[in-house]
Write a protein that binds this ligand. Structure first.
Ligand SMILES: C[S@@+](CC[C@H](N)C(=O)[O-])C[C@H]1O[C@@H](n2cnc3c(N)ncnc32)[C@H](O)[C@@H]1O
Length: 301
C-alpha cells in the first residue's frame, strides 16, 4: 500500500479504502477502468498499481482539476517546476500569498494554482461559492505539500498512467458513454451534497445517476458505487432503488478526522454497492482467484 503514489491531497480521497474496494473485483482482465468522479483518482492509481486493466479513463466536472490531471500524467516536470516556484514564493508571507493565488485561480482557472490551493487550504477541502469561485481559507499552520514530495508522487503517478489514460472534463455521463461489458466503472459521486452540506464544486443530480446505473445494468456493464456512510450515530444513508439489484457492503474507513478533532472515537463506515454484472463476473471467476474474497456485512445487505 505504501508504494502506491498519492499526488493530490484531496479531502474525500478513497486512498485508504482503495485496497478494500479493489478486493471486490476478483479478476484482472478489465479492458478499461473508468473513474468518472475522479477527484484525486485514488482508485485509478491503485488499480493501475495492481495492473488490473489495460487502459484507464478519469473524468471530473471541475475543469481545472481535469486539466491538472493532464499535467500530472503527461507533463509532471512542468507541474513540479511551476509548483515549486509558487511554494517558494509564498515563504515571505504565506497567508497573503495564498489569497493572491486564490484570486489568480478565480480569474485564470490555472491548474497549477488549483493544486497549490488544494495542498494549502483547510483540510485539503475544496469549496466554491455560488459563482463558482474557490473560497476556502488557507490552513495557516502548514505550507502545503513540499515540492520534493510532489516530485516523488507526481513522477510515480505519471509512470503508472502515462500512455494508457484518457482524461475527460465534464459530466460523469459523458466520461463513461463508451463503456462496454469488458470494462469496469468506479463511481464516487459527491453524496455529501444530498445532506445539504455542499463541499465540491458540483452537487449530485441523484435522478441522473440512477438513470445511468439503470442503463449500465441493461447493457451488462459492471460497476462499483461508493455512496453513503455512517459516522458514530449519524447516518448519511440515501436509499437506492431495489430494481437496480445492487448488493451493499460496509467498509471500515477508520476514525473520521472531524470526530478525532472533536475528541470522539467514532469509526466511519462507508458503503460500497456492487452491480449485478460485477457480481456475475466475480462468481464466474471466484474459483480461479479464491484469495480475493469478499466480506459481506449484514448492515447493508
Ligand atoms: C467524492 S469526490 C471523489 C473523490 C475521489 N474518489 C478521490 O479518491 O479523491 C467527487 C468528485 O466528483 C466531482 N463531480 C461532482 N459532480 C460531478 C458530475 N456531475 N460529473 C463528474 N464529476 C463530478 C467533484 O468535482 C469531485 O471531485
Amino acid at each position: 500500500m505504501s508504494k502506491i503514489p498519492h499526488v493530490i491531497p484531496y479531502q474525500g480521497s478513497k486512498r485508504k479504502l482503495a485496497q478494500q474496494i479493489l478486493k471486490q473485483i476478483r479478476f484482472n482482465n478489465i479492458d478499461t477502468f473508468y473513474e468518472p468522479f475522479a477527484g484525486s483518482a485514488a482508485m485509478t492509481i491503485a488499480a493501475a498499481a495492481n495492473n488490473i486493466a489495460n487502459r484507464y479513463v478519469i473524468g471530473d466536472k471541475l475543469d481545472a482539476l481535469a486539466k491538472l490531471w493532464e499535467i500530472i500524467i503527461n507533463e509532471p516536470e512542468k507541474l513540479i517546476s511551476d509548483y515549486s516556484q509558487l511554494w517558494k514564493n509564498q515563504l515571505d508571507n504565506p497567508k497573503e500569498y495564498y489569497f493572491s493565488i486564490r484570486d489568480h485561480f478565480n480569474t485564470t482557472k490555472s491548474p497549477t494554482a488549483l493544486f497549490y490551493l488544494i495542498a494549502r487550504c483547510v483540510k485539503n477541502s475544496v469549496r466554491f461559492n455560488s459563482d463558482g469561485e474557490f473560497n476556502q481559507s488557507p490552513d495557516n499552520r502548514r505550507l502545503g505539500m513540499h515540492p520534493e514530495r510532489l516530485k516523488k508522487q507526481a513522477l510515480a503517478t505519471s509512470h503508472l498512467l502515462k500512455g494508457k489514460t484518457k482524461i475527460f472534463s465534464g459530466d460523469f455521463q459523458d466520461t463513461i458513454k463508451n463503456a462496454k461489458p469488458n470494462d469496469l466503472i468506479y463511481f464516487d459521486p459527491p453524496w455529501e451534497g444530498l445532506t445539504q452540506n455542499p463541499r465540491y464544486a458540483y452537487l449530485l443530480d441523484y435522478e441522473s445517476l440512477i438513470e445511468e446505473l439503470k442503463r449500465l445494468n441493461n447493457l451488462d456493464i459492471p460497476y462499483l458505487l461508493s455512496f453513503d456512510g455512517i459516522c458514530g450515530n449519524r447516518s448519511y444513508v440515501k436509499e437506492l432503488p431495489d430494481y437496480l439489484n445492487l448488493s451493499g457492503i460496509s467498509l471500515n474507513a477508520g476514525r473520521s478526522t472531524q470526530a478525532t478533532l472533536l475528541g470522539r472515537a467514532e469509526i466511519t463506515f462507508e458503503s460500497l454497492y456492487i452491480s449485478p454484472a460485477l457480481r456475475n463476473k466475480n462468481s464466474l471467476l471466484t474459483n480461479l482467484q479464491p484469495e480475493r474474497t469478499s466480506y459481506q456485512l449484514a448492515l447493508f445487505s
